[in-house]
Design a protein around this ligand. Structure first.
Ligand SMILES: NC(=O)C1=CN([C@@H]2O[C@H](COP(=O)(O)OP(=O)(O)OC[C@H]3O[C@@H](n4cnc5c(N)ncnc54)[C@H](O)[C@@H]3O)[C@@H](O)[C@H]2O)[C@@H](O)CC1
Ligand SMILES: Nc1ncnc2c1ncn2[C@@H]1O[C@H](COP(=O)(O)OP(=O)(O)OP(=O)(O)O)[C@@H](O)[C@H]1O
Ligand SMILES: [Mg+2]
Length: 360
């Protein structure tokens, strides 16, 4: 691959996602060095903020090559915990996005009545109808059903590179109790956890579930962020000091990574703050946050793999895999949203954006 000053963002994404051959590691390192020295990345340069993440180079650096020697599973196995009577779209969006970006396997753990619906959207997903809501469980059965639900997920746990907890989960108290146990099991197994949607409702009221876990990522939207700030910092959202407040919040929750979604996505692990403000779409149709959580799961898994394989020689910054996953996921979603909007304008839907995740 030839690195040029004027290489545009599309070329970068395209080469990151659609690499055909695996260049040797030495060549990759050289490429990364050149990219860094030459400062490739038109759109990001234009953002001009010292906080702006070097997202195109990060995307390229952490995306694995399509190597014919790799076997199924090596590009990532993710699971989404979500999907109930009301919401079947959200877990589907998160899980299918993970596959479209390049994960090998994508599971969904949802309630019994959501499962056939989610399966009917796509034969690509592995759907487990294991979660239960209060309406289907008698008081006397709660204990053993809860144990069964947690065991069903736990037997798969070691195989997952990342869990996404919350898209379309709903807020049923019994279901959320079971999900608390699932988060605890993931933590014990050192599996990264992305908390989104109703998972944030659960965690905001039980901060101990993620507090001090460096492999936890929270992805709040405007409302979810407001509730988190009120609960943890005991104050209102302060947009005059958005960076400082986010930093304090992440620090206060023991160094979890927080991706605050909005016009510009802000990301902090309590040590640093980065932003992704590349052009997205003016459409705010529901489901874009779900694409984001599925995307972050894949990029986080890839970043962790790379960091482990590269034994600390990675020349991109930041080095924290959760930060890298958030930056890459955010940049890719925003680019896909912008491409979809070019085609569909006001009629752009989340499914259109998903179709653009790997587009040239
Ligand atoms: N097709 C689906 O199944 C979808 C399900 N979703 C799920 O729905 C559940 C609830 O998520 P919500 O995002 O609605 O929860 P929120 O707590 O963010 O939203 C609650 C209410 O706030 C409003 N709101 C949202 N963004 C706002 C903004 N920027 N300014 C002012 N008001 C705003 C919404 O219209 C909604 O009425 C989650 O489980 C989520 O994953 C969403 O992901 C959207 C798609
Ligand atoms: N005003 C905006 N301008 C550009 N992009 C935005 C804007 N607001 C949000 N986004 C992008 O959309 C993505 C989803 O953010 P959003 O706030 O819609 O999440 P959400 O409410 O959780 O979505 P969902 O409907 O899936 O639950 C973010 O990563 C962000 O990049
Ligand atoms: Mg959401």
């Amino acid at each position: 691959m030839i690195v040029k000053h004027d290489m545009n963002y599309l070329t970068v994404l395209n080469s990151a996602i659609n690499h055909k051959l695996a260049p040797p590691l030495a060549v990759l390192r050289r490429q990364q060095f050149l990219i860094r020295v030459l400062g490739v990345g038109g759109e990001n340069r234009m953002q001009g903020s010292k906080f702006e993440a070097d997202s195109d180079n990060i995307l390229r650096a952490i995306t694995p090559v399509l190597d014919p020697n790799r076997h199924k599973g090596q590009a990532g196995k993710v699971a989404v915990i979500g999907g109930c009577r009301e919401y079947t779209g959200a877990p589907y969006f998160a899980a299918i996005s993970a596959l479209k970006i390049g994960a090998d396997l994508s599971h969904v753990f949802c309630t019994k009545d959501a499962a056939p619906v989610i399966k009917s959207y796509s034969p690509e997903l592995i759907v487990h109808p294991v979660l239960e809501e209060s309406y289907s469980v008698g008081d006397r059965d709660k204990d053993h059903i809860s144990r069964r639900v947690v065991a069903e997920v736990d037997k798969w746990m070691e195989r997952f590179d990342c869990l996404v907890v919350g898209p379309g989960l709903g807020r049923d108290p019994f279901l959320l109790d079971c999900v608390s146990e699932i988060i605890k099991q993931a933590r014990q197994s050192n599996v990264p956890v992305i908390i989104d949607g109703d998972g944030l409702f659960l965690v905001t009221n039980n901060l101990g579930l993620v507090s001090g876990y460096p492999l936890a990522i929270l992805t709040p939207n405007v409302n979810e962020y407001k509730r988190l700030v009120q609960k943890v910092l005991n104050c209102e959202v302060n947009d005059q000091d958005a960076h400082g407040q986010l930093l304090s919040l992440a620090k206060q929750i023991g160094g979890v990574t927080i991706l605050r979604k909005g016009k510009c996505d802000l990301i902090s692990d309590g040590e640093i703050v980065k932003s992704v403000s590349s052009h997205g779409s003016p459409r705010r149709c529901g489901g874009q946050g779900d694409i984001l959580s599925g995307s972050v799961a894949v990029f986080l898994s890839w970043a962790r793999q790379l960091i482990l394989a590269d034994e600390g020689n990675l020349i991109i910054s930041p080095k924290n895999p959760t930060m890298l996953g958030c930056i890459a996921g955010s940049a890719l979603l925003r680019k896909a949203a912008s491409l979809a909007f070019e085609d569909r304008k006001r009629s752009t839907l989340t499914t259109d954006i998903i179709e653009c995740l790997g587009r040239r």
